[in-house]
Design a protein around this ligand. Structure first.
Ligand code: ZN
Length: 61
């Protein structure tokens, strides 16, 4: 799934690629963060995603 992540040009948050390439947080433009050779970034992205999930669970349970 991480290969569909794109980074927002405005707020620097990661979002899922979507047809309009719009950030769901601020409506800014989503871009591909880096070419595939920077695979370390994907690892961090995954870590962040899990962190957010935990945070989300805490807030809404
Ligand atoms: Zn944004």
């Amino acid at each position: 799934m991480t290969k569909y992540l794109q980074k927002c040009k405005n707020c620097n948050k990661y979002g899922l690629q979507n047809p309009g390439s719009k950030c769901r947080y601020c409506g800014g433009m989503l871009m591909n963060p880096r070419p595939p050779k920077f695979s370390l970034i994907d690892k961090y992205g995954k870590y962040r995603l899990e962190y957010f999930k935990e945070d989300f669970d805490k807030k809404f349970k």
